[in-house]
Design a protein around this ligand. Structure first.
Ligand code: GLC
Length: 542
């Protein structure tokens, strides 16, 4: 089981990709319809956010049946057709496994509530709650019926944490993964998987430093080894990624080093907190370049030296669009989008593209709170008002930070509803769809640049396999790194600012060749002028 490092993953939020039934919600047939588009882009794997039966309180991350398809998205036959059609296009599926918690509507929780002791031990029940807070606000504990006990929910109160210490729970969850393997699925993305290992005795968080007590516990690694052995580890060509909340390099090396037999790779989120004021999400701040650069350098080198492997990404369904956060999109959307792309596609790890990123989609620019539907945004808005923020201030923060920013319908063309659906979409289409859509962007600057980056990874082991080393660490504007493989090396320079930056080109690269750039190339001499948001990768001999 060795990970194929030439592969690139594309994430689809099924609710918002393509609606073929006219109910305003995307569906599995819609994804089948777009396979030729994805093949043209060049991606190898598509990660689908949850499409299982669910009350949709957290858009499918509240699963009420792990081994069925929510009729909203189609049928099991549609799913099988998607697996089959995908293989014909050379595209594998990666499914989202939400194994830390299930919906309180799941039959396990319902049986537990009805008094069944066997199922009560599926959950984390205590007489005395700890001081833990839910990631969606408020206490992480809720009364368990009228038993006088409390059940743990690290997320919404309709998402009850599962008790992985119970071997029956593990057995049931392994069956879930094997159910989908039997359908031909090779890839799995494990939701908040570094939170599954809770200690027997739960402790308060007295010295809370941002990393909650229950994160990255040693037993978490044991559970991942078991999961690996009992499920995907039996396949030659599986691909697995774990979403890691508040994690660190030593744990991530351990989760993803091939000798640990845990996962192929990990997502961490530190680089997407550099525009949080004081570590708090519901704030507004210009991103801190110094912090971003240092994080990329320490993670890049730490993972490279420890033989760990990262999932590289700027966008997903939980994040506002990176273009709005890191780029002057009024003046430099094309340059910024291509620079951000190169900064991860040429780096060490597996790149993930979130739907719409390849055409430079931006936040929707909603004008009213009633446009938002996400439970986290609605809770946060209320909490901000309760704490004394004015509705205008609170709204500005929601506009900048809401997860709905990335969940808006995919913009296919400039017709009604952006070509996503014939009906009113479940979430309002972004205002930019007249200009920013697949039909026009395919001849634009961004889509072809992504195609080229994906192609380069397939052709060059230097990009897929090379080591990572920080470069130009003192630069206050340019994030640079060096890759090495056998007798080749590559220097990647990324200007994160809307201004020209002059820098000294290291001697070894003055006689190099330009592999890719988002501007017309100049001759390489000792000084190099990087234009606004320029990215340039220079190839040289070791
Ligand atoms: C992950 C998912 C997010 C979800 C949460 C709870 O962070 O990406 O969308 O709300 O887990 O399952």
């Amino acid at each position: 089981m060795t990970l194929d490092k030439t592969k690139v993953v594309y994430q689809i939020y099924p609710k918002s990709y393509k609606d073929t039934t006219g109910n305003g919600v995307g569906d599995l047939q819609g994804i089948i319809e777009k396979l030729p588009y994805l093949q043209d882009l060049g991606v190898d794997v598509i990660w689908l956010n949850p499409f299982y039966p669910s009350p949709q309180r957290d858009n499918g991350y509240d699963v009420s049946d792990y081994t069925a398809v929510n009729p909203l998205f189609g049928t099991m036959a549609d799913f099988e057709a998607l697996v089959h059609a995908g293989k014909a296009y050379g595209i594998e599926l990666m499914l989202d496994m939400v194994l830390n918690h299930c919906s309180t509507e799941h039959e396990w929780f319902q049986k537990a509530l009805a008094g069944d002791k066997f199922y009560q031990d599926f959950f984390i029940l205590r007489d005395q709650p700890t001081d833990w807070v839910s990631k969606f606000g408020g206490s992480a504990w809720a009364p368990f019926g009228d038993t006088g006990k409390y059940y743990l929910h690290l997320f919404d109160k309709t998402q009850a944490d599962l008790n992985w210490r119970n071997p029956h729970v593990r057995e049931e969850l392994f069956k879930v993964v094997n159910f989908w393997r039997d359908k031909g699925v090779k890839g799995f993305r494990f939701d908040v998987i570094n939170l599954i290992g809770k200690d027997e005795e739960l402790k308060d968080n007295p010295n809370f430093d941002g990393k909650p007590e229950y994160t990255d516990k040693p037993i978490n690694h044991d559970y991942l080894k078991m999961l690996n052995k009992e499920t995907f580890g039996r396949d030659q060509d599986s691909m697995t990624v774990g979403e890691m909340s508040f994690t660190d390099i030593p744990n991530c090396v351990q989760y993803s080093n091939p000798n640990s037999h845990e996962l192929d790779m990990v997502f961490n989120f530190h680089h997407l907190k550099v525009d949080y004021d004081n570590g708090q999400k519901w704030t507004r701040k210009t991103f801190d370049f110094e912090e971003l650069k240092t994080l990329f350098h320490t993670w890049g080198e730490g993972m490279s030296q420890g033989d760990g492997w990262s999932a590289l990404f700027w966008n997903n369904h939980d994040q506002p669009r990176a273009l709005n956060r890191f780029v002057d999109i009024k003046n430099f959307r094309n340059e910024g989008a291509t620079m951000l792309a190169a900064s991860i596609h040429l780096s060490r790890g597996t790149p993930y593209i979130y739907m719409g990123e390849e055409i430079g989609m931006i936040d929707p620019d909603y004008t009213s709170m009633s446009d938002y539907v996400d439970v986290e945004s609605l809770n946060a808005y209320q909490e901000m008002l309760d704490k004394g923020k004015s509705p205008e201030e609170a709204f500005k923060i929601i506009q900048a930070k809401s997860r709905d920013n990335s969940r808006t319908p995919m913009q296919w063309d400039n017709t009604a509803n952006a070509g996503f659906s014939t009906a009113k979409p479940w979430l309002k289409v972004g205002r930019s769809y007249q200009q920013i859509n697949v039909a026009s962007e395919k001849q634009g600057k961004i889509f072809p640049f992504y195609q080229k980056l994906i192609q380069l990874r397939k052709e060059m082991p230097l990009i897929a396999e090379g080591t990572y080393k920080a470069a130009l660490s003192d630069s206050t504007k340019v994030y640079a790194f060096e890759r090495k493989w056998q007798d080749q090396k590559l220097l990647v320079l990324n200007n994160f600012f809307a201004e020209t930056v002059e820098l000294d080109l290291p001697a070894a690269y003055q006689r190099g060749t330009v592999l890719i750039s988002n501007y017309e190339e100049d001759a390489l001499i000792d000084k190099i002028l990087l234009k606004p948001y320029q990215t340039i990768a220079i190839l040289a001999k070791v």
